[in-house]
Design a protein around this ligand. Structure first.
Ligand code: ITT
Length: 190
């Protein structure tokens, strides 16, 4: 089976890519492929950061690399935390602290609508770039529900599933998630 390197150090993302691509590719992380370190996310958009990660890892290893840059956009916070979702409460990334800050900043908010956004970029050694975007709509709960998934999942109530990602199975989440949608759109372009 053809190997596919995913330029991520997020184990939750890697697991989802393995679940969704496992029948087509042998999915391996950038670390397993020999890439040492992290890529600085200096871009201002999901696309810029996804391109940066995929391009850096592809050039370092000389193989195609797939990267996802994603985040949560909350309406009443003007789209924050957006591209800063991983570093919302400071660095290094602490998911529990990020969720606590989100709840704090949304205290008393009536409009709790939010969406997850994922931009996926495949960068090939030839320099060819293929990209796709996916989104999923929902609401931010007032307290955490379940332990499934990662990041903000246990606060995100999906309108499509009518349940929180924190209690959804992996299969349910992948069927409607921003990452699932972006990945399926990307595969159609290949
Ligand atoms: P890599 O850059 O190494 O892939 P990262 O965690 O830093 O890993 P991002 O820069 O794309 O990834 O940050 C995305 C953040 O947005 C992530 O840390 C989560 O907190 C949140 N996020 C993205 N997708 C999510 C999902 O499916 N469920 C829950 N939270 C998600």
């Amino acid at each position: 089976m053809e190997k596919l390197v995913v330029a991520t150090s997020n184990v939750g993302k890697l697991k989802e890519f393995k679940e969704m691509l496992g029948d087509k590719y042998a999915v391996i992380s950038m670390a397993e492929a020999g890439f040492v370190g992290d890529v600085d996310e200096t871009g201002e958009t999901f696309y810029d950061n996804a391109l940066l990660k995929a391009q850096t890892v592809s050039r370092a290893l000389g193989v195609a690399a797939l990267a996802d840059d994603s985040g949560l956009e909350v309406a009443c916070l003007g789209g924050a935390p957006g591209v800063y979702s991983a570093r919302y409460s400071g660095e290094p990334c602490d998911n529990a602290r990020n969720r606590a800050l989100l709840l704090e900043n949304m205290k008393g908010a009536e409009d709790r609508s939010a969406r997850f956004v994922s931009c996926i970029v495949l960068y090939k050694p030839s320099g060819e770039v293929v990209s796709a975007l996916g989104t999923v709509e929902g609401e931010i709960l007032k307290e955490e529900q379940g332990n499934n998934g990662f990041g903000y999942d246990c606060l995100f109530f999906s309108t499509d599933l009518n349940k929180c990602f924190g209690v959804a199975t992996d299969e349910e989440k992948n069927s409607v998630s921003h990452r699932g949608r972006a990945l399926r759109a990307l595969l159609e372009k290949l």
